[in-house]
Design a protein. Sequence first.
Length: 764
Amino acid sequence: MSAHRRLSRIGSPLSIFALAALAALAPVAGCSSAHSGSGPTSTSASAPPPVAVVHHDDSLPELAPDPREKTLAEAASVLLSEQHVLKKKIDDTLSREAFPKFIDQLDSAKLLLLSSHISDLSLYADQMDDELEARDLVLARKGAALVAARRKVVAAMVADLLSKPFDFKADESIETDPEKREFCKTDDALRDRWRAVLKLQVLERLQQMDDLLAAKDKTDGEPLDAAAQKVKDKALADIPATIDAREAKARKELATRFETRFIRLEKSEPLEPAEVFINAINAAYDPHTQYMAPSEKANFDIAISGTLQGIGAVLGEQDHYIAVQELVPGGASWQQGKLEAGDLILAVAQEGQEPTDVNDMPIDQVVEMIRGKKGTVVTLTVKKPEGRIEVIPITRDIIKVEATFARGAILNADKGSKADPVGYVYLPGFYGELGQKPQPGEHNATDDVRALLSAMQKKNVKNVIIDLRGNGGGLLAAARDISGLFIETGPVVQTRDSAGEIEVLADKDPSVAFSGNVVVMVDRFSASAAEILSGALQDYERAVVVGTTTHGKGTVQAVIDLDRLKSTQGGDPLGIFKITTQQYYRVSGGSTQLKGVVPDIALPDPASFVESGERTLFHPIPWNTIPAAPFKTWKHDWALSDLQAKSRARTEKSALFTKVLAYDDLVAAKRKKTLDSVEGDKWKKEHDADKAALDAADPKLTKQPALFDVTPIGEQPAPPPSDHSDPERDKAVKKKLDAWKDDLARDPWVQESMFVLKDMATKK
């Protein structure tokens, strides 16, 4: 299971910060970067005495400070002011920007605090900068103490509400979008809100039981494995026979989960108040600068070419939920096929145990629960983007990189015809060993793509698709070198650091691995290095970019191990600090930050209802430009305006794309409707109507007939010899790769890319 906060593996080796930036810190033993390893050492002078004056509100309770708080505040102040790419001043303006994020971290769902509490805390709204300068995080400790006191009030409230049956005939409703809620003015009003929230959760659990009974003898797609079938059978056996008994079971389960949650939240980490405060300040800079306390540090250890043991999913925080951000290709979730990006995880159950509610749980704890030994089953209760609740059993596995390697195929629109074949390269990530020469038998993205292109050239393939959909990035060197496979020489990407220094990374190899027409496919989950490659080929007019606007992450993060500074802390760990130190830019001078790469030819977005991309995050760094780097565009025969017109005409007539758009519109409309009735019959009627509409609109792409013929090319990924002791796993990987071919043959986005290539090859 990968940690939710991963270092962007993009950028040249960084010097994390100059020695002068550490002058205000205690003596250090060094600092480290995830890019360049250990940094320099220094024994600089101690910090000057604080000068800020912080006014306290003694009417609010306050926790005792952790001894490490001063060092953390000092480190954050120095790093942000000296090393962040924006070089923003830490002042009252920044404090007022950070304060709403601080409140959001305390109670994002508005189910704990009252409006009067927010007013009390607001007295500190323009003092967060002063507290950081004074190394005295008063607001952090007062906020944590207030939340601890309020949890006891709300815990009793929730237990009482769940102790007796709900009146599902009462005509009540609940606003499910926390951003549309106001903080309640009284505890009575908060109790009413909680009653509606709990009624909705009981209704959803009752519906889960109905759905499970309805699907008792159905197998949606492939049969479940033995472990997953055992979980399903147990869940069926536990469903009571009567409606009243089911309602009581749902309330009892909720009562247990909430009791467990409140008990768990009482045992907060000592540095949690400081972490919340500092990360609110960080958020006013950008979404990727974060402090991680020691409890989270263990989860920040995923190497680009390593192995993971768990379900293979990248998690993130969304309101008071844990959200699935992406799946690791080749991982257990990727192979199982039910968990998807955009799912919200509501509960986690270990094999043979009751589910544990994970709402409001620190993400490191959720990660720890989901990880586990290979072969064991973890069951996730998730809420799908369209609102459906689903229980997903996943057999944990060790994630190997063979399923993340580039794969190639030859595509033929009409088998046996004289139509030109199309080469297809699927690249799920920019993998390889950072700064190391590949060893015999090891894979790296550049060599794998080059080999596939060479094989295609030998077969006289003149047109190729590079599929970067879902590619979350990887090594900058790989993005540069793969770009170089399609151009002679020239700049590929530019970076600018916190000092304003610009560096140009160029391809210096004059050889070209493929000289034919190229289409690059992207989507909203293509990010970082994928944006560098697609943006460079677009700027050079070397390729036509097809799909949907990419993620829009144009920044580079460095990681500082704060435990290198802990010599004055008696060995107590401090954690790590991830800070945005660079931005990268296209050769044309525009940043990929925020705007992403806009495709030349836009196609319907099958995930338009999923909130993703840099633009959806809190306080993203704005888009900006630097001077263009000199480069020469590729000579070609096609006119982009003609390609766009022909593609638009086809997609508008496509029955499949029409269905995709209709389904997306339906899900988007449902997501916008955030006021849910909790009157039993009305909720059931709305749920059934929504489900029927979604089922009718679902384009069911995997059940469509094949659109073209697929012939694998080159050496397809296979498990290394050392894994042959696990034939069942090898068989599962091969089965998944075979399924990849079948899915590819039914992909209308790939088919449209083939049409675009045909148009590009047509002489004017």
